[in-house]
Write a protein that binds this ligand. Sequence first.
Ligand code: XMP
Length: 515
Amino acid sequence: MDKILILDFGSQYTMLIARRIRELSVYSEIHPFNMPVEEIKRFNPKGIILSGGPASVYDEGAPTVSLDLFAMGVPVLGICYGMQLITHVMGGKVEASDKREYGFARVKVDQEDPLFSDIDDFVRDGEISVWMSHSDRIEVLPGGFVSIGKTENTPFAAMRSGRGDIYGVQFHPEVVHTPAGIKILENFVTKICGAARDWTVGSFIDQSIEKIREKVGEGKVILGLSGGVDSSVAAVLIHRAVGDRLHCIFVNNGLLRKNEAEEVISVFRDSIGLNLIYADASERFLDALKGVTDPERKRKIIGETFIRVFEEEAEKLGQVEFLAQGTLYPDVIESVSFKGPSATIKTHHNVGGLPERMNLKLIEPLRELFKDEVRRVGRELGVPEKILTRHPFPGPGLAVRIIGEVTKESLEILRQADAIVEEEIRKAGLYESIWQAFAVLLPVKTVGVMGDERTYENVVAVRAVHSLDGMTADWVELPYGVLKTISNRIINEVRGVNRVVYDISSKPPSTIEWE
Ligand code: XMP
């Protein structure tokens, strides 16, 4: 399989570069900028992309690359900081500047160059629209390089080496604000690097199955199945590879949504035929949570109880060698990048400490994939759409949506209210365009009237947010009609609730969950 290596210099767009290239059906991986050249040679890329980054090549300790990188005979494309770095290390001149060029710009590009071939559709008056975000500028190109793009501000918005194997662009081809960007990346990857477009969902599945079989041999694998997208797709993929030697453990922590346990069992055991162990530990979790009101203590108790239950179930299986997890690529990059996004979504299903204690080897078949790729793999493997498009649900479940103590009664109220929110959002055709929508039970009683009687009951807050990755989020402008139905139904159908409010806070400064 042909691969493109992306060296990360800390740009907020690095992950986008990888995604764009994979969208072209070419496999790409992100590694830190200081990956040793020997290791790069072993990786054997068809091409290398140097990402943008926040530094200036003149900063003390600015991330850099060795000249050896350019002597490997592998085509290189530098984007923004990557272009300045090529210029700097290859003997050109970059001028430090405090003045930032940010936003749309027009570039006159050399359409004779392979990098800019077939972009007629995007050219107006001889120019293309691009997205810029830089402050330093290139004053002198390295020896032998020629300019292949200029703007009003600079004669060096794009460059090419004399041999035609090293390229630089000052703008960001990976963002949607550069409409010709995907074509430019395609030109680099296919025309200049000559990479074959053979990275497909089908080829990924075949290769994964082979790798898993090789690794597992005749061994046994356990996996904590939550019914969420990642663990579900991982389970079905591994099941394809090793069949019933995969043992999925589904723990009911008593904090699940309405009918969730039944659905997980029916889909995975009955329809898909996984070897599923159902551990109903609801009472145990609820006992452990008795009297606990602090959110972080709740999380800790739930996490610890989960590990204990999981471990007990695993021990019943006798000798197990492997633990499978649905770790995704963003989590992997997070831990290796020069300067990645500030926080990740953690799930307590990633059973911390367990591999060491039980002496298990990890299997993470999705660790090279982005979320949308996982969904595509799941689809190809026949995982039901309902599972693949399910909203994210926190590991500690409804416990972090009940403010204060979690009891059987409060769970019952919240479960019903939450089910109504989901039902109405689905009915309105909004479910798949929303990141998360749910109900929260507040420890507040307010006065109401029902019939001729005065009531004194609970408040339910409804929350619906748009988000791309859970790191930032904004509340959804749900149509009034939908809000009205949700409110009417909750107040009429859920005993113990007489008031519904809508959460109109964005993250930051709020969070998505209330606890
Ligand atoms: P917040 O509330 O931090 O949530 O804005 C961001 C995303 O993470 C989910 N979330 C959790 N997931 N364990 C999890 O597995 C947790 O303790 C947890 N807390 C929040 C939340 O649902 C949202 O998608």
